[in-house]
Ligand binder design. Sequence first.
Ligand code: NAD
Length: 727
Amino acid sequence: MTRATEQAIQIVVDADGIATLTIDLPGRSMNVITPALTAELAAAVDRIAGDASIKAAIITSGKPAFIAGADLMDIVNFYGSGASGPELMREISRYSGVLRKLESCGKPVAAAINGTALGGGLELCLACHFRVLSNDPKAVVGLPEVQVGLLPGAGGTQRLPRLIGIQPALELMTQGTHVEPEKAKALGIVHALAPAGDVVSVARRWLKEAADPVQPWDKKGFRWPGGAGALHPGAQQTFMAGSALVADRTQHNYPAPIAILSAVYEGSIVPFDTGLKIEARYFTSLLLDPVYRNMTRTLFINKGAADKLVRRPAGVAKSKVTRLGMLGAGMMGAGIAYVSARAGMDVVLLDTTKEAADKGKDYSRALLQKRVDQGRTPAAEMDAILARIHPTTDYADLAGCELVIEAVFESRDIKADVTRKAEAVIPETAIFASNTSTLPITGLAEASKRPGSFIGLHFFSPVDKMPLVEVILGRKTSGEALARALDYVQQIRKTPIVVNDSRGFYTSRVFMTYANEGMALLQEGVVPALIENAGKQAGMPVGPLAVHDEVSIELSAKIYQQTRADLGDRYTGPSAIAVALKFVEELDRKGKKYGKGFYEYPKEGKKFLWPGIAAVYPPAAHQPGVDEVKKRLLYVQAVETARCLEEGVVTEPADADIGSILGWGYPAWTGGTLSFIETVGLKAFVAECDRLAAAYGPRFEVPASLRERAARGEPFYPAHGTSRSAA
Ligand code: NAD
């Protein structure tokens, strides 16, 4: 059979009447479910059902992965499209309907899953009567829709629990877990494992020897594994515990996990086809919820574009760092050396003493040893990575480095000194980057002979875990330096955002408003437990006082003093800086690393709020409601971001949104600091800020550009789509 180029499904029928459907989307590196693929699949299913010469079918993929899921680009535009609920439901039920037809067509169908099958890809497999999966550990399966604020909408919430039981299915679906082949087999998600090259022949053997064209749930007398039903004690317990766990984990900020629990519960007490309708209703309600729009837009579409270097200037040849110079082998330098060596680079790790440089390398050794012990990294790979890290005190070793990153002490003089020493050795063409967290890049670049090649690469701690790098442009940084710095960030598989120079850049500046608002609340006499719980209930990873202890209250005091020294007395600092100064200077409670701050850190047991706070900031007679405190903590960060946009520190809304979620844990349900403003509604946000500013101070005053934007009714993102697409 010849294949039309625009077709995504190739069908070949062999002499035994077995039709092999090979899915291979033209022009795409991954198979994803699109309306066009759904239509082709529908036609293929009709053919399988209607063509008497076809006795059975195999579904496989022509790409290394099976199907990565739905094309999120397609479905992100559902939100706010103006389509009514019933229209949306009809649209999204199409694919689910095709799968139901496939599994009930009367002929056996086997899924030969040659690689990763996620979301709608796995749902297609679940609608087949037999599943054989590649045994390559990278060939994962799962229903990760919850991670973008959705639920599996093509039968996943109905088939998976009927297949493997309610509890394991809920665990996988409410967390969006990727399951490796061995576990998928053990759980019963697939029937068999085989090398990727053999999955089709294993499927064929099943069709010839043991084929059964009826799904378990379509058989008379079907029983749910582990039990189900309104009166089944085990099932009831699972739903009760599941609801409590989900509430604890999501603080009711995310509708999708609750919808999954509901779809499974309701589906478990009705016939299968009714269950599919219930699932479609919940799916539609999620599509109409801004949380889904927010998460999909920021965490998948715009993050995906950032990972593909959407901000990279055109016309600069693609570059690759083979030898990296790392100045300073402390906490950050050691972490950057580790991720770079893991990405295949040779790393010259320089510090003032050989002991300090060696200690930096030991950090990689410890991390790798842990991975080896867990069986996640082969010992030989550990040796190879370590062999690439060269500890030294000699600047001459930096010869040949394409990129040098400095992470020495946060002192202008020391940074200027190491810049000059390194530039004396490195090639003319090398890029020099600073990992400073507070010092403006333009000022640091004054020490450089080549300020055009000087750039900020701001990492987050711990470097091996934190996914973001904030790339900072100094006034003289060239487009080539930006392009090459971005190429490096891609090499170490992190997500870059690009911002302009300013004090605290974007992430530190906005993040500190959260810590500062915590202090402002404390100063007003709001009880610390209310402040901390409100932060967590809003969706922040930790309360503002706890996080301030972690970054150290001392650092806040130091930054304030340094800024005042730089800008003079007209700089008054954050509104409640007096709290930090009191804790550092009067109370000698400087933060977690000193063992005491807003919290006590006992040697044994958990940290707890320092009881002495009540004597320093006595609780006010009237305490605000938790919603007001939550609002202050989220709004103060969003309004500061709007200021960054007005000042040109941030130029792309997507950078602001991605940076806030990946950089300091602004809640994912908001879609990021600017998406949060859109979610509230621009006009409503401005009006609420006016109230907050009158009540609590000018830090809530919105910048003029936001007020004007609100008056124009112009969102940050055009037409509910993305802000940009990858080049
Ligand atoms: P650190 O104190 O752990 O490490 C600094 C290292 O630099 C030490 O090993 C020190 O011996 C070395 N050093 C000092 N002077 C040197 C010199 N002249 N030549 C070579 N090495 C020298 O500090 P850190 O936390 O790793 O921070 C380093 C830089 O990264 C600072 O600019 C800091 O602001 C920035 N930063 C820190 C964090 C964080 O969370 N700690 C996050 C982002 C950025």
